[in-house]
Design a protein around this ligand. Structure first.
Ligand SMILES: Cc1cc2nc3c(=O)[nH]c(=O)nc-3n(C[C@H](O)[C@H](O)[C@H](O)COP(=O)(O)O)c2cc1C
Length: 217
């Protein structure tokens, strides 16, 4: 049975571009795996706690010696990590907030990366090779030749942490210029923004089919 872990991180409950594109992915995925299991977390609605002292200490203390606070922290973290370990494929949606990833997504990353479990340094990452589709939504544009080229700390960060550190097989689908219709200064970019958005939906659909075909039903 195919198992997908879907993590959204937009703070918006409605009108989120990244969530809207994820719906296209999910529809194609559901067609390919009608009996599959999807584990879903909406970090905007239900954030996980930022990594705290009890989370860190608990990882280095035997279970029977943990304080109640450390035991609770370890249990919460174990639940998040287990969801990652049990998935065959991942769908992450990540908006750009102040040129980086939302704090909620960073908090989730800090919780699920644990040395010896999801992260190893032996060249054989435990999650190595699993497909991860990352849907990015940026209000502006950061491509080559744009005024803010080089300001994107979302995709390079995710390439490093998901791709290089965790060893996932990562594909990015990016919707840039999402603020074009709301920001009068970007009015002339509206046609380009629409083109990018529909291209992102098409990419989400075709990529979902391609990834789904790789995972046994
Ligand atoms: C708190 C916040 C910070 C943002 N910072 C940036 C930014 O630095 N650069 C940018 O291009 N867009 C920025 N935006 C715009 C979002 O990236 C854009 O609206 C995107 O579509 C959000 O994803 P969503 O539609 O899935 O919620 C910001 C939006 C918010 C709410």
């Amino acid at each position: 049975m195919a198992r997908l872990l879907h993590i959204d991180s937009s703070a918006l409950s409605a009108g989120s571009v990244s969530k809207e594109i994820a719906e296209t992915f999910r529809a194609a995925w559901a067609q390919a795996h009608p009996d599959g299991v999807v584990t879903y977390r909406d970090l905007g609605l239900t954030p996980v706690s930022p990594i705290a002292e009890a989370d860190i200490r608990a990882a280095f203390i035997p279970a029977e010696q943990r304080t109640a606070e450390q035991a609770a922290a370890a249990a919460r973290r174990d639940e998040l990590i287990s969801e990652v370990e049990q998935a065959d494929a991942y769908l992450f949606t990540v908006p750009m907030y102040n040129w980086g990833v939302p704090a909620t997504f960073k908090a989730w990353i800090d919780q699920i990366i644990q040395g010896g479990r999801t992260l190893t340094f032996d060249g054989q990452p435990p999650l190595g090779g699993r497909p991860a589709t990352v849907i990015l939504a940026y209000g502006g544009g950061y491509g080559p030749g744009t005024p803010r080229e080089g300001w994107d700390f979302v995709q390079p960060y995710l390439e490093t942490v998901l791709g290089k550190a965790l060893g996932l097989d990562v594909i990015f689908i990016k919707a840039e210029l999402t603020l074009a219709e709301r920001n009068p200064a970007m009015a002339d970019l509206i046609p380009k923004a629409k083109e990018i958005r529909s291209g992102a939906h098409a990419a989400a659909d075709s990529h979902a089919r391609a990834v789904a075909a790789r995972i046994a039903a």
